[in-house]
Design a protein around this ligand. Sequence first.
Ligand SMILES: CC(C)(COP(=O)(O)OP(=O)(O)OC[C@H]1O[C@@H](n2cnc3c(N)ncnc32)[C@H](O)[C@@H]1OP(=O)(O)O)[C@@H](O)C(=O)NCCC(=O)NCCS
Length: 432
Amino acid sequence: MTRIDVEEYVRQAVPKPGEEQDRFREALGNKWKASAGLFERENLGRLISPDAIRRALVGMRLEPAEYAPAMEAITRRVAEDPMFGRLWEHCWYLAYRFEPLDRWSAERWQPFERFLGEDAGEFFLSVLLSHYDCLMEFVKARSIPIEVVEATLVAQVSERLRKDTARAGRPCLGSSGLTWLSYHLAGKVFRLGRLVYTPRPFEGKLTLYRNRESGETIAVPTSGLKFRRDGQFDGAGGRSDPEGVWTSRIRQDGNTLVSNAWISPHGCARQEDIRLDLTVWEAVLEPGDQTIEFHIPGGEPLDQAACGESFRWSLKFFARHFPEITPRAIHVGTWLLDPQLQDMLPATSNLVRFQREMYLYPVDYGAGGERHILGSDYNSLDDAPQRTALQRSVIRHLRAGGHMMGAGGILLADDVVSGCWGTQRYINTAGP
Ligand SMILES: CC(C)(COP(=O)(O)OP(=O)(O)OC[C@H]1O[C@@H](n2cnc3c(N)ncnc32)[C@H](O)[C@@H]1OP(=O)(O)O)[C@@H](O)C(=O)NCCC(=O)NCCS
C-alpha cells in the first residue's frame, strides 16, 4: 500500500484551513503511523479477495447477489486507487487492531465519512466483512462451536446490516455500527442463547463485599464520588443537585473498612455510616477485575428461565474456550435496568423479574433514556406512542416531572454457579 501523507486527505476533505480542518487532521492522524504498511504486514489483500468476501456473506446468511458486486468494487478500488486503499488500511487497523477508549462513540469514523461521502457505507461494510476468515481461524483454534459463531453473526450482525442496507437502498453499514459489530467479527462477542457476552474488566465504581459467615453481600462506592440526594451520580442524565450533593468517603482503619455510604441492590447509593470487619467481609468484585459484560438483544421476550440458562452457559463457555479469563461477575450498564421500572411495570413483567435478580448500582447514565421506549418519532408527549404498558407508564412519569435513568447490574459468577438465578439473592441478603 502506498504510504500517503495524512495531509493529502486533510486537504481533499476540508480544503479551507481552520478549526474544522484541524479537527479532521487530528482525528485522521490518530494512529496514522501505526497503520502504515499493515496491508502488506498482515496480507490484507487475501482478506478482501472476492472469495473471502463470498465466504463471509454465505457464513453470515447474507445474499451474495445483493452484496458481492458492491464489495468486489471496493476491493478493486483498494487495489487501484492509492488514496482509497490507504484509507481502507487505516480504517481496518482502527477496527481490528486498536482498542478505543469509548466503544460507543462513532466520532472516530466521521473523518472517513467526510472523505468518502455516499460510498462510506460500502467501505465500512467491506472493512467489517474482511475479518471473517480471521474469525474462522480464531474460533477453530479455540474449538468454539461453529453453531455459536453462526448464531452470533446471523442474529447480531446480519440483521443490522440488512436494516442499514434497506435504509440506504444499497449495501451499507452505518458508521455507528462499525465498532460494536467489528467485535463480533473479531471473536470478542458471542450470543449464547437469550443474551450476548463480551469479556471486559469491571468498570463499576464500587467494591462488592461478601460476608464469609452469613453470605450477605454489600456494595461500597469508591471514595470521592459525588451523589445526588436520590442516590444517583450528580450530573447523571444532565441533572445536578447543588443543594443536596454529597461525597462518598471510604477509608481503612486497621482491619475495618469505614464508609459514609453503601449501595443498595435497588440501584442507589445511601448516605449511611457503615463499618465492615475485613476479616469477615471479603472483597469479591473490585474495579478492573475480570468480568463478562452481557447485553440484551431485543426481538423476543426476556424470558426468565432462558436468561438463567444463558448466564450459566456463559460461564461454562468462557471457562472452556477462554481459559485465560477467570470472570468474577457478569454485569452490564443499561437503560433496561433503570430501577424506576419496578414501580412502572407489574411485578410479573420480565423486566422487573430480571432486575430483581441482580445487584443494581448507579451509573453515569445519559439524558433522554425515554427514546429507548418511546422512539424519537414524536413531537410532544401528547403524540408519543402509547401501545405498550411501559410506554404509557413512562409518559405518565415524564408528565409528573420524572426522568428516565439507567443502572448497572451485577451477578457474581460464584452465585450463578451455585444457582442464585430465581432466588433474588441480593435484595434478600444485602445490607450493612
Ligand atoms: C428486553 C425486552 C425484550 C423486554 O421485553 P419484555 O420481555 O416484553 O418485557 P416485559 O415483560 O417487562 O414488558 C412489560 C411491558 O413493557 C413493554 N415493553 C418492554 N420493553 C419495551 C420497549 N423497549 N419499548 C416499549 N415497550 C416495552 C412490553 O411490551 C410490555 O407491555 P404490554 O404488556 O403492554 O405488552 C425489550 O425491552 C426489548 O426488546 N428491548 C430492547 C433491547 C435493548 O435495548 N437492549 C440494549 C440494552 S443492553
